[in-house]
Design a protein around this ligand. Structure first.
Ligand code: DGJ
Length: 543
């Protein structure tokens, strides 16, 4: 059994860190775990706003991370800030960040804002973004120059790589024992808008070369040049391949120094509109239609992660489904910060997600409305703080159960409809929403008693983990879960043998608080906005 490690913050934990292995993404039977200090760890992240990456801004970051109950702050480190003059590096912000993160007892994910930030070069140093001769931008189809840098030039890649490797070397030097930094994002939202690829003569020449063998084989194609093999998709696929190879080279160089887990995030292609044209979305980024290309081209990128800013449950769930693959661990690299997004942690965990990281969590005074909330403060952080309060004590327990056992998770759909959980042959469950804690819905078909306050905005979700054959852990809010006999028990009646409310202590042991029975269980297990954890033991009786 894996030892459950106490989180950092006391001297015992610090000694444990000194001997602990470097964070690593591991995989077993198509399941993943992010190992931190040798045991699975769930990232309950909060991503700071883009310009909070300076020491003077950090005072406004930590209170939001605290209110959120996050265990990880995700923070950009920009090429322009660490190498303002070519060859001269300044990691003073990184030093301050790591020191303060340790004092606040949170881990860090670092975002490398290099060649691409939302597809553009805005975070490259001045000596890069103003020198298009040395660091060429790509050519649009009509021959004009794009805003985005081309991935086809060694000069750009080598310069970016040099700075990234210096950053990684610095992390190894100051954090190689303690592992406050647990994951690195290589670039930020790669690709290009307004074009499918670089249409320069150089790019045209490369497209007439044979498609690399490994890619042809992976996609089950016949050999040929990019046009011959991929037809109408050739432009986008070539650009995706070129960016993936570029980023893989950077990630590989960093891993050779200090092999932290790496990922790339994606500005999504609409999951419900496969016919959308590349360039109307970020062409060449790790959109769901090119994940196989990235898997071949970028073996040093551990996972490809969606940035989820579409609030509808149909769209959000469709994107989660695209990125949770047996060869790709699900990590929600970014998510919108409107209250409706908070519930999606449940379906992320149901798909064995290793982490969740909504965007814009600091009190710097910035709000990304209309994409996110209009005003920003503790009230806006609260819905996320509520769901994280449920999972923070499970930051070690849940990912171990997810990696080694079976888990389920659902978020309330926009139409509030119920969901069935297939818990295997013995048991099943139904999750429903907008219910009172007492009584059955059929008692009030016309809803004369109304609905719980605030429940018109979907906010519910439930996560379930199997503890043993007949025992389940239930974590949820604003939902009712009702267990029932599964197909193997179809002639028997289901009974709730024992329902315990409790919590896990820091060593990962269950601490019993009370038994739920009577009104608390007669109408299903009703979870309110107060985070509660239940251990449910099921049994049957002969009918
Ligand atoms: C996605 C980007 O990755 C973030 O850095 C940020 O620009 C958001 N979009 C919008 O606030």
């Amino acid at each position: 059994m894996l030892a459950l490690t106490v989180s950092a913050g006391n001297s015992v934990a610090k000694q444990a860190h000194a001997a602990a292995p470097i964070p690593q993404l591991v995989q077993k039977n198509g399941k993943f775990a992010l190992m931190v200090d040798g045991a699975p760890f769930l990232i309950l992240g909060g991503q700071a706003n883009n310009s909070s990456n300076y020491p003077a801004a950090l005072d406004k970051v930590w209170p939001a991370i605290k209110d959120m109950n996050a265990n990880t702050l995700v923070m950009p480190v920009a090429w322009e800030q660490v190498e303002p003059t070519e060859g001269h590096f300044d990691f003073s912000f990184v030093d301050t960040l790591i020191k303060q993160a340790r004092a606040h007892n949170v881990r860090l994910g670092i975002l490398w804002f290099g060649t691409w930030k939302n597809t553009g070069p805005s975070y490259t140093p001045s000596w890069v973004k103003t020198d298009n001769k040395r660091f060429p931008r790509l050519t649009n189809k009509d021959g004009s120059t794009s805003y985005s840098l081309s991935p086809l030039y060694d000069a750009t890649r080598e310069a970016d790589k040099k700075a990234y490797v210096e950053l990684v070397k610095h992390l190894k030097a100051i954090d190689g024992q303690q592992h406050t930094v647990i994951i690195l994002q290589v670039e930020n939202e790669t690709g290009v808008y307004g074009a499918a690829r670089d249409y320069s003569a150089k790019a045209d020449g490369l497209m007439n070369q044979p498609v690399p063998d490994a890619l042809v084989k992976k996609l089950g194609k016949q050999p040929g040049n990019w046009h011959q093999v991929f037809g109408d998709d050739a432009d986008e696929f070539f650009h995706a391949w070129s960016i993936a190879r570029y980023c893989d080279d950077i990630a590989a160089a960093g891993k050779a120094v200090y092999p932290l887990p790496t990922y790339m995030n994606d500005a999504l292609k609409d999951p419900l509109n496969p016919k959308s044209t590349p360039g109307s979305y970020a062409s060449g980024g790790p959109t769901y239609n090119v994940l196989d290309i990235y898997k071949v081209a970028a073996p040093h990128i551990d996972l490809l992660a969606p940035d989820l800013y579409t609030p509808t449950s149909q769209s959000y769930e469709a994107s989660l489904a695209f990125y949770a693959r047996s060869d790709n661990a699900l990590y929600v690299a970014e998510s919108g910060n409107k209250p409706v997004y908070a519930r999606y942690i449940f379906s992320t965990l149901g798909r064995q997600g290793i982490g969740f990281d909504p965007f814009g969590f600091d009190y710097s005074g910035y709000s990304n409305y209309p994409l996110g909330e209009k005003t920003w403060g503790p009230d806006q952080v609260k819905p996320f703080g509520t769901v994280y309060a449920l999972f923070r004590p499970l930051e070690r327990v849940w990912p171990k159960l997810s990696y080694e056992g079976q888990v389920w998770g659902v978020s309330e759909p926009d139409d509030h409809s119920g969901q069935d959980l297939d818990l295997g042959p013995q048991w099943k469950a139904r999750v429903t929403y907008r219910q009172w804690q007492f009584g059955m819905p059929e008692w009030d078909p016309e809803h004369k008693n109304g609905y719980p306050e605030g429940s018109e905005v979907p906010s519910g979700g439930v996560a379930v983990a199997k503890l043993s054959d007949n025992e389940f852990l239930v974590a949820g809010i604003n939902a009712r879960i009702s267990f029932d006999a599964g197909p193997a028990n179809k002639d028997k009646g289901m009974l709730l043998d024992r329902v315990e409310e409790g919590h896990y202590d820091k060593a990962g042991n269950w601490v019993f608080e009370r038994v739920w029975n009577g009104d608390e269980t007669d109408y299903g297990l009703n979870l309110t906005n107060t985070p509660r954890l239940l251990k449910v033991r099921l049994s049957t009786y002969t009918k």
